[in-house]
Ligand binder design. Structure first.
Ligand SMILES: [Zn+2]
Length: 339
């Protein structure tokens, strides 16, 4: 089968690899309907994370082709969505809603889902079936639920977005844009998207942004304060993972407010004294997408939300390298790969 492998930073190839097989009795094998490239795949691509002949990808939707003997709920032929962490969904951490930190969690990135077929561990705990085989136009949105939508949604929940709240969103990648969508769906009064790209601003408005701030850093913080009576946002979504974006998020938030941070942190260190006097709540980490999947699938199935709009380039898997390049050069927000 065909699978995307990153040989070294900047060197993405599509190899013919071994078809996966059931390893554990709780495994399922999926034939993917589509997969995609994540903003976080750019960290190794740019040499910021170690990479050496690594299978790529952690987002996936598709049809169950085979299940292990201990799988009870997931059936062959089901169309399913899963998260980027496999989880048992039964341990204390999972039951508390933090499936990405399951005591048995398996990162799907360690398996690689930019491939025709994928082995999913802990199938019953990880996979959620859709009501039927989706129309083709719903596939991108269901794929978005696997990571970027689930992550943006968690960020909005962690930031306590809701009625009466003004939500600021730092980061205009796919996760930030879907954080806008989530904040709107959760009932926020105002959603301030921070972006300097016209196409991303337009999509942010489509998803529910009421205000756009083009400034970054301290100037961006000042603009958010001007828009919020000098106080800052009630809720801020951080969807980048750098020192600058994290501090921008904390400083854009009013005392007593909440920051939901989901950008994978790279060399972020927080100044203790500033944090102490900020009076801001911080909550984030790898999103427990599994917690939100049933609701997200329902909203997509009912066509209430259309998160698949974040995909602005679709390529056959053979052209994966072109997709990485387009995202690296910011010519594409998010790339969908087809088979
Ligand atoms: Zn668990």
């Amino acid at each position: 089968m065909r699978a995307v492998v990153m040989y070294a930073p900047g060197d993405v190839r599509v190899d013919e690899t071994e078809r996966p097989t059931i390893v554990e009795p709780t495994d399922a094998i999926l034939r993917l309907a589509a997969t995609c490239i994540c903003g976080s795949d750019l960290w190794p691509y740019r040499g910021a994370d170690h990479v050496d002949h690594t299978p790529m990808g952690h987002e996936y939707v598709g049809v169950v082709e085979e299940v292990g003997p201990a799988v009870r709920d997931v059936k062959v032929g089901d169309f399913v969505v899963g998260s980027f962490f496999a989880s048992d969904n039964t341990c204390e951490i999972c039951r508390a809603g933090y499936q990405s930190r399951c005591v048995h969690a398996v990162p799907m990135g360690s398996i690689g889902t930019q491939a025709e077929l994928v082995r999913v561990p802990l199938a019953d705990g990880t996979l959620v079936a859709t009501p039927g085989i989706p129309d083709a136009d719903l596939v991108p949105s269901l794929l978005a639920a696997s990571d970027v939508l689930g992550t943006g949604w968690f960020a909005a929940v962690a930031a306590e977005a809701g009625p009466g709240k003004t939500v600021a969103v730092v980061g205009d990648g796919a996760v930030g844009l879907l954080g806008v969508l989530a904040a709107k769906q959760l009932g926020a009064d105002r959603v301030i998207a921070m972006s300097r790209h016209a196409d991303r601003q337009a999509l942010a408005r489509h998803f529910g942004a009421t205000d756009i701030v083009e400034e970054r850093g301290d100037a961006g913080v000042e603009r958010v304060k001007e828009l919020t009576g000098g106080l800052g946002a009630h809720s801020t979504i951080e969807a980048v993972g750098t020192q600058e974006s994290m501090m921008q998020a904390i400083r854009s938030t009013r005392a007593g407010g909440h920051v939901g941070y989901v950008g994978v942190a790279h060399d972020v260190s927080l100044p203790g004294e500033e944090l102490f006097f900020s009076g801001v709540h911080l909550h984030g980490g790898p999103a427990p997408v599994r917690r939100f999947l049933p609701e997200l699938i329902r909203l997509i199935w009912d066509r209430t939300i259309d998160p698949g709009k974040v995909f602005d380039l679709t390529l056959p898997i053979e052209k994966a390298a072109e997709g990485y390049q387009a995202m690296d050069e910011r010519r594409a927000t998010k790339v969908l790969l087809t088979f």
